[in-house]
Design a protein around this ligand. Structure first.
Ligand SMILES: [Zn+2]
Length: 218
């Protein structure tokens, strides 16, 4: 049995808590230029990276089905680098291209404890999933402040291209297995709240729309 309570604390390391009442003002908007410049100044290399705006549920664009990446080129590598930067800035462990309004099969993740081992999955395909299932609390950068239980396969095997276009097979369990399934759902236009009851989903939708309206007014 995988302990997903650990996963959740890693998922949202950085101060978010389960009973957090409201969406932070402008949380889904483009992160501030100041934060971008700060992180850029911390970089030892000269690769310019940009923070990307994250779409917020119930934005209909989150339900777009992504197309395969046709070629792993410099443009895709730069976009993946921007996604990694955005994921770290937002304190997430995974980000799908769908969430930043780019509808190609591209995912970035870092489930390492030290947050120093990002991986890029391009055109990921699920080869196998275990019959064993686990239920853990999940959250999503596109559904800020909301956490709920979702049942997933405990282990998965996935084939994907890396940022160099090399094919690799990843066998994952625990947080990484959950993260892969969560992010691959995004590429199919599915947000984790769709696993919850219609009533819960409606409440979440109302809460987030209210928070977004308040953020716009402020
Ligand atoms: Zn998500």
């Amino acid at each position: 049995m995988v302990d997903l309570s650990v996963a959740v604390s890693v998922f949202f390391a950085g101060g978010d808590s389960v009973d957090k009442p409201a969406v932070r003002k402008g949380e889904c908007r483009l992160r501030s230029l100041q934060a971008a410049l700060k992180r850029r100044a911390e970089k030892s290399d000269n690769i310019a990276m940009a923070l990307l705006p994250i779409l917020c549920f119930p934005d209909p664009r989150l339900h777009t089905v992504a197309k395969p990446v046709a070629e792993v080129n410099d443009q895709i590598r730069q976009f993946a680098a921007d996604m990694i930067e955005t994921m770290y800035d937002a304190k997430g462990v995974g980000l799908a291209a769908t969430q930043v309004d780019f509808h190609q099969r591209l995912v970035v993740m870092d489930t390492s404890e030290d947050r120093d081992s990002p991986i890029v999955l391009i055109n990921p395909e699920l080869l196998w999933m275990s019959n064993e299932r686990v239920k853990g609390e999940e959250g999503c950068l596109s559904v800020p402040g909301i956490y709920d239980g979702v049942e997933r396969a405990a282990q998965v095997k996935v084939q994907a291209l890396d940022e160099h276009g090399q094919s690799r097979i990843i066998e994952a369990e625990g947080l990484m297995a959950v993260c892969i399934q969560h992010e691959m759902d995004h590429l199919m236009g599915k947000v984790f709240v769709e696993y919850l009851s219609p009533l819960k989903r409606m409440r979440i939708k109302g809460k987030l729309l209210k928070a977004q309206r308040e953020a716009e007014r402020a």
